[in-house]
Design a protein around this ligand. Structure first.
Ligand code: AMP
Length: 420
């Protein structure tokens, strides 16, 4: 199948070919036709599948069919959970609309609102936004959603994880009832289905599993190591392997900062990306990493979500996540687009239960290696670290137990301590 056969306009085909895309990805093949027909769409797709073009291309096609050139009300709203994702989606919107008479803007918190407001005042057709800043500007009377024709909810599962449900509802209440809705989510919990039911009208359901991001396609390895030796081990691995682009995950913001400082001391260029960093610092870190100036990007789970970093050869878990699904999200950053990928995890004794949980989820045992000089401490406790011992998150196993000690099958509360 080609982009031509999907029925997209010449101006869009020109922008697509400028991007160098030759074939629509599976999610694009499935989502573009129903969106062009004006239908609501519920798509199961995560970053790396080409989902952004999957909704942006038909959205631009529809809006440009009836361009408003004099007075431009905001006709399309794309809501994303994080600032980084908003910036990335906006960059895509800009590129794909290069040959169209459509204007767009992006708004998110953490930066001065003035330039954002000035752009909106000039008249825009498409707004990409995070919920907080959107509602903030709306409450100040600086923008209106009353003329929205198409609403896109991107990464809906992360939106709920981050506690945005009420904000989403407020946004929905500010839009006209008659509109086209597109919702994208990587997972489909009961809450997501409920949200979808409230937003979408007879949606067409489409699904795409990301290519090469299946767990089986990634080489996984566990290094059993003493807790206090992790920093030296990671430095050794990166230096000995002469790795140029490594994404490292830590569980806490402080952990990310500390590790980053130690890497820099060891002459490895590194930058940290997490919720306490200013927008400017995050953008700079990401740009440095993408350009190759920064070898190591140290990130927390939330900060890394949705980052578009293609062809990543190495992902290292400096600490295992206590939520097993996060492990799958993390290692999905490697081995994209046909490139070979390696996911390594440094596991100390107290993380043993997290490792078991992960292996249960992915239904496989991860090969274990021990490096001479970095052996695990034989006397270390295998008890997981509890809250208040320098960690941000609870052990889900403990949080699932009620006072009688019964283990409820309920999933851990993903909202606790998620704002990394
Ligand atoms: P996304 O899932 O939207 O974050 O896209 C993942 C990556 O795939 C981005 O770097 C896109 O630029 C790229 N991409 C999207 N569609 C295509 C396509 N049809 N062919 C090749 N690359 C694509």
């Amino acid at each position: 199948m080609s982009f031509q056969t999907l029925g997209l306009s010449e101006a869009l085909l020109k922008a697509i070919s400028k991007k160098g895309y030759t074939t629509p990805s599976p999610i694009q093949q499935k989502a573009i036709p129903p969106v062009l027909q004006g239908k609501d769409v519920l798509a199961s797709a995560q970053t790396g599948t080409g989902k952004t073009a999957g909704f942006t291309l038909p959205l631009l096609h529809l809006l440009s069919e009836n361009s408003k050139t004099k007075y431009r009300p905001i006709r399309a709203l794309i809501l994303t959970p994080t600032r980084e994702l908003a910036a990335q989606v906006y960059a895509n919107v800009r590129e794909y609309s290069e040959f169209l008479n459509l204007r767009s803007a992006v708004i998110f918190g953490g930066v001065n609102q003035k330039p954002q407001v000035a752009t909106i005042r000039q008249g825009i057709d498409i707004l990409v936004a995070t919920p907080g800043r959107l509602l903030d500007l709306q409450n100040q009377g600086l923008l209106s959603l009353k003329r929205i024709e198409i609403f896109v909810l991107d990464e809906a599962d992360r939106m709920l994880d981050m506690g945005f449900l009420r904000d989403i509802q407020k946004v929905i209440n500010s839009m006209p009832e008659k509109r086209q809705n597109l919702m994208f989510s990587a997972t489909f919990s009961k809450d997501i289905k409920k949200l979808a039911h409230g937003i979408l009208d007879h949606p067409v359901q489409v699904e795409a599993t990301p290519e090469n991001t299946t767990v089986e396609a990634i080489t996984q390895k566990v290094y059993r190591v003493a807790k206090g030796k992790k920093t030296n081990l990671i430095i050794k691995l990166i230096s000995d392997g002469d790795w140029k682009q490594v994404l490292v995950f830590t569980r806490t913001k402080h952990g990310a900062n500390r590790l980053c400082e130690k890497m820099v001391k060891a002459d490895i260029t590194a930058a940290a990306i997490h919720g306490n960093k200013s927008q400017g610092a995050r953008t700079k870190a990401l740009a440095g990493f993408k350009s190759g100036r920064v070898r190591v990007l140290v990130a927390t789970d939330i900060a890394a979500r949705g980052l578009d970093i293609p062809l990543l050869p190495h992902v290292i878990n400096f600490e295992l996540p206590n939520i097993s699904e996060d492990y799958v999200h993390r290692i999905g950053r490697t081995g994209r687009a046909g490139a070979s990928g390696e996911a390594l995890s440094l596991v100390s004794a107290d993380e043993t239960s997290f490792l078991r949980g992960i292996e249960k989820l992915i239904e496989m045992k991860i090969p274990v290696q021990i490096i001479e000089g970095f052996e695990p401490d034989p006397n270390a406790s295998t008890e997981p670290i509890k809250q208040g011992q320098g960690r941000d998150r609870r052990n889900p196993r403990n949080s699932n137990r009620n006072s009688k000690g019964n283990n409820k099958s309920r999933r851990p509360n993903r909202n606790s301590g998620r704002r990394n």
